[in-house]
Design a protein around this ligand. Structure first.
Ligand SMILES: N[C@@H](CCC(=O)N[C@@H](CS)C(=O)NCC(=O)O)C(=O)O
Length: 206
């Protein structure tokens, strides 16, 4: 059975949401970041950079056991192998999904995490950085809102391009910045939040 090593953070929710969307059975293995379990020797063999999420699939391509860290690589693998509707094979659609998926994984999440650091986790006021990252977050949300005004989902049908963005919209968009100014994101967020797989994926486990 596929094993998902995760915790209740944005990148962790991406992977769990994706596994839930595939409908495959899986074994959820909590890696408690507060207890620094990501540094356990056994876990470092799966995720050398001591990050969640990671997966082990004993029944990967060709029947091989595979281990994988990095949420982007995990979403892409699970889409290709278990949920082709979420990562379309058609070259034209795939180019579009890739662009938005990589923007969401590499740019959006990384900058949203910096916003989270300076606004919440640091526990210290750094006004210049807080102002900077609030501006960066709002700028990206303005872009997504415009895009979602013209498109139902981020890249064609619901896909890994949406899944990689959703957790930080749910976390920072809904709870910090608010979505009233971003009606198209609000509509998109409500549609994704209502999905049974998403409801299951966001159920706390510790
Ligand atoms: N680029 C990585 C980032 C993963 C990441 O930042 N994970 C954080 C939680 S959201 C983590 O495990 N932090 C623990 C640590 O760095 O020791 C991905 O997308 O999976």
């Amino acid at each position: 059975m596929l094993e998902l090593y995760t915790w209740m953070t944005d990148n962790g929710y991406k992977a769990r949401q994706m596994v839930e969307e595939t409908g495959i059975e899986y074994d959820l293995k909590p890696i408690n970041l507060r207890n620094k379990e990501q540094f356990d020797e056994e876990y470092l063999k799966i995720s050398p950079g001591h990050k969640i999420p990671a997966i082990v699939d004993p029944d990967g391509p060709g029947g091989n056991r595979i281990t994988l860290c990095e949420s982007g690589a995990i979403l892409k693998y699970l889409g290709e192998y278990y949920a082709p509707a979420l990562y379309p094979a058609d070259p034209v659609q795939r180019i579009k999904v890739d662009q938005w998926f990589i923007y969401g994984s590499a740019t959006w999440t990384t900058l949203a995490q910096q916003y989270g650091l300076f606004m919440h986790r640091l526990g210290e006021d750094v006004p210049r950085a807080q102002e900077h990252y609030t501006g960066v977050l709002r700028d990206m949300m303005t872009m997504y809102d415009k895009h979602l005004g013209e498109n139902e989902y981020i890249a064609g049908d619901y896909s890994i391009a949406d899944i990689t963005v959703y957790p930080d919209i749910h976390g920072h968009g809904v709870n910090d910045v608010g979505l009233d100014e971003f009606p198209n994101i609000k509509r998109w967020h409500a549609a994704i939040e209502a999905r049974p797989a998403v409801q299951r994926a966001w159920t706390p486990f510790a």
